[in-house]
Design a binder for this molecule. Structure first.
Ligand code: NAI
Length: 469
């Protein structure tokens, strides 16, 4: 059956389904084509399931440490199968919500695999097979885990994050290849569930994209919690046996091995652009990514691409914004995508949240900055919660005082960062943040204190000897 639409969207992740909602709000007759599960990686195999597991691990740790607060709980244990089942229930509920959101905005959902035939035609195979005709197309097909060409990487005990999330039993021990965002979130999760964890990262520090001071604080914290973390470690082979797998790696010129029940490979993701018919409309990819301009339009007029498949910043909230921009432009608008104020949150324990530019990045770009900092340990609310690891850093322009970036590691970091995003959008100065009354007692006070520290005026902080002006 052939159906005619204003807009066809290929892929129902946070880029695609949000584009469908926005297009519906703007009055476009829209179809969303999804081959697997609505919600994409974020909802089904990423953000939501991992955070559900991490939340359970936090509840467990709170129970284990309840005596600190005078609460007697007796022996504390966890049931991983039930933790996993609860995660699946939450995901299922949210997925049903996505379905309703798209439909309530007038969108049609087709379940099947879409292939672009020409700039106005998509052929759908599978459950809702047929041909879709549309004036505009948004490609939002996402990304998939990258598996390195290491011997044994396809072994029976080696998993990617999709497979690890599907486990209903807690691993007895885990080696994680890649100390990036996925690697460190899983390291933190299983560390908190008492699973022996080893991380093998090839760069000199974990989380190479994050402010080095913040990355170091997390590494040291996880090591204190018991994780083995090897940096500058090059994995050379993985051997899967009946019960265990052994990873061989080179470290400072020596070959070492680590054996664990399972191995997770988390060394990045690649855009999913193959087998969707790009060759039929003449779109050429760059390392798998679909090139787009700041209006999210590809080299073919009327065909847009959003989310991980564009190879920009692979984050759900970036995909969502890109989806909004593309939908508005498909409806005749002139929206533009900006990437300078994108929060980056890492849900480890302690949590990390960054936005804008870091001190090191500013230096490498020749931007003169001032950095105000405040230790979490000096914050009363953090102290009463016995959650005192970390620091809040605010980076501002040395000449104008405008807030250029923030890096927080510590409690509620991922919630605190949004306010700083608003500050950056409004081009707020560091003095204005310092002059804003923050509620007491809250963890957010460390933002005001870090702002005041920029002018050596932090209140609840023992004065340092050598402080920049
Ligand atoms: P990533 O790019 O964050 O980190 C990959 C890490 O693996 C890097 O530290 C890299 O140096 C290391 N590496 C690469 N090759 C290696 C090798 N052969 N041996 C050892 N280490 C090696 O990629 P990751 O963690 O797989 O995440 C994929 C994407 O998903 C990222 O874009 C990330 O931003 C996104 N994501 C975001 C989350 C969040 O916002 N909280 C959560 C999970 C994923």
């Amino acid at each position: 059956m052939e159906q005619l639409f204003d807009l066809a969207i290929l892929g129902g992740g946070p880029g695609g389904y949000v584009a469908a909602i926005r297009a519906g709000q703007l009055g476009l007759k829209t179809v969303l084509i999804e081959a697997d599960l609505l919600g994409g990686t974020c909802l089904n195999r990423g953000c939501i399931p991992t955070k559900s597991l991490l939340h359970a691990a936090e509840v467990y740790q709170n129970a284990v440490h309840s005596e600190t607060f005078g609460i007697n709980t007796g022996e504390v244990s966890f049931d991983y199968a039930r933790i996993a089942a609860r995660k699946d229930k939450v995901v299922d509920q949210l997925r049903r919500g996505v379905n309703q959101l798209v439909k309530s905005n007038g969108g049609t959902i087709l379940h099947g695999y879409g292939t672009i035939i020409d700039a106005g035609t998509i052929s759908v195979s599978g459950k809702d097979a047929g041909t879709v005709k549309a004036n505009k197309i948004i490609i939002a097909t996402g990304s998939k885990p990258f598996i390195p060409p290491v011997p044994g990487a396809d072994g029976s005990r080696v998993l990617d994050s999709n497979k690890l999330l599907a486990l209903t039993e807690c691993p007895a021990s885990l080696t994680i290849i890649g100390g990036g965002v996925i690697g460190m979130e899983f390291a933190s999760l299983f560390q908190q569930l008492n699973v022996p964890v080893t991380v093998l990262e090839m760069m000199p520090e974990i989380l190479p994209e994050v402010d080095i001071e913040v990355a170091r604080i997390l590494r040291k914290s996880l090591q204190r919690q018991g994780a083995a973390i090897f940096t500058s470690a090059k994995v050379t082979a993985i051997e899967s046996g009946e019960h265990n797998a052994t990873c061989s790696f080179e470290l400072a010129g020596e070959t070492k091995t680590v054996t664990s029940e399972l191995v997770l490979i988390a060394i990045g993701r690649r855009p999913q652009s193959a087998d969707i018919g790009l060759e039929n409309i003449g779109i050429e990819t760059v390392k798998g990514a679909i090139p787009v301009n700041d209006q999210m339009e590809t080299t073919v007029p009327g065909v847009y691409a959003v989310g991980d498949v564009t190879g920009k910043i692979m984050l759900a909230h970036v995909a969502t914004e890109q989806g909004t921009v593309a939908a508005e432009n498909a409806a005749g608008g002139k929206a533009r995508m900006k990437y300078n104020i994108v929060p980056n949150c890492i849900y480890t324990y302690p949590e990390i949240a960054c936005i804008g530019i870091s001190e090191e990045k500013a230096k490498s770009q020749g931007i003169a900055t001032k950095v105000g900092r405040f230790p979490v340990a000096a914050n009363g609310k953090a102290m009463l919660a016995n959650d005192t690891e970390g620091v809040c850093k605010l980076v501002s322009d040395a000449a104008t005082g405008e807030l250029l970036g923030a890096q927080i590691i510590g409690p509620k970091a991922t919630e605190l960062i949004s306010g700083l995003g608003v500050s950056m959008t409004l081009e707020t100065t560091i003095a204005e943040i310092g002059a804003t009354i923050h509620p007491h007692p809250t963890v957010s006070e460390m933002i005001a204190e870090a702002a005041l520290d920029t002018a050596n005026r932090a209140l609840h902080y023992f004065r340092r000897q050598h402080k920049q002006e």
